[in-house]
Each structure stands twice: as C-alpha cells, then as structure tokens.
Design a protein. Sequence first.
Length: 175
Amino acid sequence: MTKRELYQKAYRLLDELTPIKTDCGELCNKACCDSNDVDAGMYLFPGEEVMYRPVPPWLKIEKSDFTYGRNKPVNIAICTEPCERSLRPLACRIFPLTPYIEDNGNMIIKIDPRSAVLCPLARKNADYKLDEEFIDTVVRVFRFLARDKDIRAYILSLSQLIDEEEEYLRSFFQK
Ligand code: SF4
Ligand code: SF4
C-alpha cells in the first residue's frame, strides 16, 4: 500500500471515534486544540504530508528538529485555527494514546505520558476511562501501519523520545 492508502485507511477507521463516548473537550476546554498556543503542533507520521496537498488554510507544515531512521526530519503540523475535522492528522485522532516500541521490539499502544500535562483523560486516577472501541481501533490501525518500515522506524524514535522526556520529568519532579 502507498502511504496515502495507509493513511486514508487509518483516517477512515478513526474518523468517528473519540477517546470517550461524550465530548471530552468539555472537560478541558479543548486543551489539545488550543490554536492560540503558537508552540502547539503535532508530529506528522512519515509521509503523512501527502494527505495535505494542497495544504489547507488552517494548517502549516514545517520540518522539526526531531529525526528518525537515518536522520530523516519529522514534519510538524501546526493548526492556526480549528481544523476541518475530517482532515485532522493521525496524532490528533489517537491523542492521548501513542504507539510505543518496548526494549524487546514489541509494539504496544499506551497513554502518552507527555499528554498528562494537557489532557485530564491521561492523568493517573483519571475519572474517565478511555473508550474500549477507541483503544481497540488505535491498536488495529498501528498493526497495519507498523508494517511499513518508515513508520516503524519513526515509532522507534518516538518511543526513545518519550523515554527521554519521561526521564526528564521524573528527575525534574524529584528535585
Ligand atoms: S485534552 Fe484530552 S480531554 Fe481535552 S479535548 Fe483533548 S483528548 Fe479530550
Ligand atoms: S488539527 Fe484539529 S484536532 Fe488537531 S490540534 Fe488542531 S484543531 Fe485540534
């Protein structure tokens, strides 16, 4: 499958799903979509920019400093106003979950520890449980996406980044 076909399939499967059955934006005033935060942005998965040709007016795509594989730059997407929901990037569709490759090479889906700063659903002892259908679909999506070698290499780098940021946060709060 081409990258476009892979992402079209992933977008379609996740199109109608949300982390919980009700509107979680009411819990946090849509913290993860705050377009007033100029630093806000989400990494695009490898080749995902193919879904934004032409780039819609609410989106900017830039190269980030984060790299994967053999020093390939990761694109970052920054929404400057509320998006067209049917076109929201994959990272937004799966938030606050993330794929993660463990030391033994096994890929799992877990709550991205970095999301807890913003997302009340991601905090320990959260009052709400993520919807099972949402979790199962994210698992299903990454089963086929991770067969693509670029995407797997990206998930590996992302996992290392998550480890580093978790370690930093741990040491920061121990001070
Ligand atoms: S931050 Fe979490 S709870 Fe708030 S809108 Fe985003 S996913 Fe929902
Ligand atoms: S692209 Fe859409 S879903 Fe993603 S952060 Fe921006 S407004 Fe929210």
